[in-house]
Design a binder for this molecule. Structure first.
Ligand code: NAD
Length: 416
């Protein structure tokens, strides 16, 4: 996450944690216990590249908090997936799983690499070596990885295979796998479906009518593309989309299926013929009802927040709004729906996948989507009610509920 103020991503997330800890009246020891990651592992990941060279990458698995259940969190392959970033993402998982009340703790993994510059063979070898180096921390009741930026169902299949070669066939060791290999129906679309569930609930609550309003989405990977597709199906008008190479904008609405076909073919949304070209920075500044950052962190910051002209910011990415920018948006009356609520759909369906694997069960997609929507709506209502009761923002309410739940269970277990 690029946090222009100079603070690292982890300290930036902790601004929100500290506000919740203040409200909960946690003392210094309790704060320290909940704030610090419990275990951090840094590993070297040597890979034989296709040209015969050995390249050594740096990887991490950070287990932030396991009070409420096995550690759970994705693995990111990205040049900026350093220790600070992974720590921040791990802590967000702790508060997210607690907020939506699924029985997991929080963790995250990462490898500092650029998967766009690597071949399938190189990525396969990197993934296996990474798993070999962290496997002693993993177990179906201890720590269960999943996909994040730069990783996907294929990466999870390799991870499951690498782990199983050491420990025997173990489907439940990762989630987000291909459906043919124990993956859950509906996992791929889960985060986007959760994002749109929150948008619909927010629209209903604001009285603007469910499924109406214009949407701009930054990022067109797993989360961004499914959000675009499901939002369009729900009746929202998708007017702008971007990826790492640039963006496209059309105030009358973009045909999402045609954009998907173009992006599939060209490898980017750039060059889509039925919309204007814009830069990522310009796209964020276009007027819209819902602005959905669904790529990297720190994209709305003190330097550009005054140009944001959205009615509501929907944090599909993790930590896309810095604390400084968050304060400015709140002061201006722009509603910010926080990451730990908005993008929880992925880990919720990961929970379904893990349970199905443990019980050799198979749910159909309809059942997955119904249960997912139920949990997302319940979480939204809890956050909205707490925000109204206490006169605080949605983010403050979400952190209050998440941190409060972990602190409570820590006391019951005797940690505190
Ligand atoms: P992905 O790798 O599938 O896609 C990322 C997208 O972001 C791509 O379109 C890429 O081109 C774009 N992108 C990368 N850098 C960019 C930049 N600087 N500016 C604009 N666009 C950029 O990743 P994903 O799984 O869709 O994850 C996106 C975000 O959602 C991340 O913050 C991730 O932590 C979060 N998230 C993902 C899941 C999940 O289930 N995959 C769940 C919860 C949260």
């Amino acid at each position: 996450m690029t946090v222009p103020s100079g603070a690292g991503a982890y300290e930036s997330v902790n601004v929100f944690f500290d506000r919740a800890a203040d409200r909960l009246g946690l003392d210094d020891g309790e704060r320290e216990l909940l704030r610090r990651p419990w275990r951090e592992l840094e590993v070297s990941v040597p890979v034989r590249m296709d040209d015969g060279r050995i390249q050594v990458f740096t990887g991490y698995r950070i287990q932030h908090n396991g009070v409420r259940g096995p550690y759970k969190g994705g693995v990111r392959y990205h040049p900026l997936a350093d220790r600070d970033e992974v720590r921040a993402l791990a802590s967000l998982m702790t508060w997210k799983t607690a907020l939506v009340d699924i029985p997991f703790g929080g963790a995250k993994g990462g490898v500092e690499c650029d998967p766009r510059l690597m071949s399938t063979g190189e990525l396969n070898r990197l993934t296996r070596r990474y798993v070999m180096n962290i496997e002693h921390l993993l177990d179906v009741n201890r720590d269960i990885p999943a996909p994040d930026m730069g990783t996907n169902a294929q990466t999870m299949a390799w991870m499951m295979d690498a782990y199983s070669q050491i420990h025997g066939y173990t489907l439940a060791i990762v989630t987000g796998k291909p459906v043919e290999l124990g993956g859950s129906a509906g996992r791929e679309s889960a985060t986007g479906r959760g994002v749109v569930t929150v948008m619909l609930a927010a629209a209903r609550e604001a009285g603007t009518g469910a499924g109406r309003g214009s949407v701009i989405i930054q990022g067109f990977g797993n989360v961004g593309s499914w959000t675009a597709r499901i939002a369009a199906d729900a009746g929202f008008k998708v007017v702008g989309v971007s990826d790492v190479d640039g963006g496209v904008y059309r105030p009358d609405g973009i045909d999402v299926e045609s954009l998907l076909a173009h992006s599939h073919e060209a490898g980017t949304v750039v060059g889509f013929p039925d919309a204007d070209s814009v830069s990522n920075e310009e796209l964020i500044e276009q007027p819209c009802d819902f602005l959905v950052p669904a790529a990297v962190g720190g994209v709305i910051h003190a330097g550009n927040v005054s140009n944001v002209r959205a009615g509501t910011v929907v944090e599909a990415a993790n930590h896309p709004v810095t604390p400084e920018a968050d304060d400015v948006l709140n002061d201006r009356g722009v509603r910010v729906l926080p990451d730990i609520l908005v993008n929880a759909g992925g880990v919720i369906v990961s929970y379904f996948e893990w349970s199905q694997n443990l019980y050799q069960a198979h749910w159909d997609e309809r059942r997955v989507n119904v249960e997912l929507t139920k949990i997302m709506r319940r979480a939204y209502e809890k956050v909205s009610a707490a925000a109204k009761d206490q006169g605080i923002t949605y983010r403050e309410a979400a952190f209050l509920l998440g941190v409060g739940s972990v602190a409570h269970v820590a006391r019951i277990r005797g940690f505190i």
